[in-house]
Design a protein around this ligand. Sequence first.
Ligand code: ADP
Ligand code: MG
Length: 631
Amino acid sequence: MSQPKGTGNFKFKAEVNQLLNILVHSLYSNREIFLRELVANASDALDKLRFQQLQGAEVEDLPLQIDITCDPGNKTLTVADSGVGMTREEMVQNLGTIAHSGTAEFVKNLSESTSAEQTRDIIGQFGVGFYSVFMVADEVAVTSKSVNDDEPAYTWKSNGQGSFSVSPVEGEVGRGTTIRISLKEDATEFAQPDRVKSTIRRHSGFVSFPVMVDGEKVNTVAALWREPKFQITREQYDEFYQALTYDTEAPLDVIHLSADAPIQFNSLFFVPKTSHDLLMGGYQGQHGVDLYVRRILIQHQNKDVLPEYLGFLRGVVDSEDLPLNISRETLQENLLLQKISRQVTKQVLSHLQKLATNNSETYEEIWNQHGKIFKLGYTDFVNKDAFAELLRFNSSHFDDDKGLTSLDDYISRMKEEQDEIYFLAGQSRQAVISSPHLEMLRRKGVEVLYLFEPIDEFVMDAVGTHKEYKLVSAEHADPAKLDKLPDTEEAEAAEQLSDEQHATFEGLLSRMKDILGARVTEVRESKRLKDSPIVLVSPDGSMTSSMQKIMRVMSHDESTPPRVMEVNPDNELVRNLLRMYEKDKQDPFVTLATEQLFESAMLLDGYLEDPHGLVNRVRQTLTEATKGKAE
Ligand code: ADP
Ligand code: MG
């Protein structure tokens, strides 16, 4: 048995080779990112130089820009900047120590008096971005001349396999850093100017210094989202939008937001004039905003900042608080991003509310284009009130489907004593209008919102109440409650049934129940009908008929839901049947008519299974009717 050894403190040991390997191959899911990192470093170096100039340092007057040169013949790519450069010592320190960021140190060393504003554009902070170059490089040579030192320029060289060399450069070298990359066999595409330009446009299109590829300026559009709102014209916004989306039409609206606390972000959103690209390209894949960290793109079509129902917006979100070296996987879980999302969502909704109030025409145009997607917001309980206020509806208040109302406008038109908001769902305006469920509401002059899309009832359900008024389907409207409201239409009051007739009517109802059997749960007198002879309603408190239909489709249920048949004693046809029934309790025509009325209602509700019986009965009825006339 060996003796137990004493306690001790140990340092982790690292195989630098392997560590570099992991770093290079797992930090980024996309190889072209190395260019973004090199451009970001160059931009930082230029920023530092500008900063020193501001502090009063005398520096040689060179254009502050980033020059990229492609050499497909030699399979090399060169990235040069006229920034601060590095001394020999700095190169050893910054490029030779993994996870050492000279930039972070620079920011830390700035005196306390320096305002955050001045360092706002500086990107680097982790000291790992540079190594991403080894995803594409066999060998990298960094030649640098520091602005702060008289020593000659040095070249740092490495193949990324764990060692590097540093040697002085003969002759004159200008200020700044030049990175020469010998590309791997499978990465020679990065010596092609077109490939490089498109990569720069995609990831670094908004860097604040000119980025030149073989002498051509590639970043031509300004990062408008970081500029003060009052300085930007509508033309500039439109131009930016078109550069961003390739949309040929100007946007309907621009939403430019910025915040400093608790989290810093700038965002610029646009409402496209048409939603066609979203719908045709498949909404799921297409939507999303571009996420930037200090002008550098970190994710295209990010779907976490804006909730799905605001996904019709296109645009950009930029935050200084997000780390640049963040992968897609960790983005989703990023708490900061969630905070930004909450803020952005609130502010977008309140912007839209203001627009709806001040410029209802534009808002309605937005609604007509994007309302379908917006309705998905019924699941956002946090912003329920704002969501409800932004909804628009077709309504009995208007003569056609062009008119739109908000819930608030509906409330302003409500009858005295009315304490519920009524709606009715159906396939089309025509279908809704002919529903017997509207008769009583129409007689009372009560407005009804018309819903034509399956999602609408989920929306109504989720909203539940608005400003203390319950949203109620006309199918569930309480006749007793409505009866208290005064009639607005001149109703030709039908002659009341005598007590005796009423007793016979009760008999007719139970005869009808016998005829229909299990197809209805009940046959009863209707209090809600004015014109129609009958209406089918759901047993009290159950779902509306259209909701039932959706549920049945979802659960593959083919049975017919339970129904109550209500009969209108004031209807002429019903009165005729009543007289026939009075004479002959078993009159076969009463059977025929009852079947026919029931099936016609089922047909309108979309539940008729067998049209043959119905058609046969129509013929039979016509024969009966013509017999009398012909004789
Ligand atoms: P980060 O940018 O997060 O600090 P990098 O790995 O990208 O980390 O870069 C490491 C360091 O190397 C930087 O902090 C900076 O000090 C130095 N550096 C890299 N590129 C340049 C450059 N073009 N000019 C001057 N210094 C640079
Ligand atoms: Mg960097």
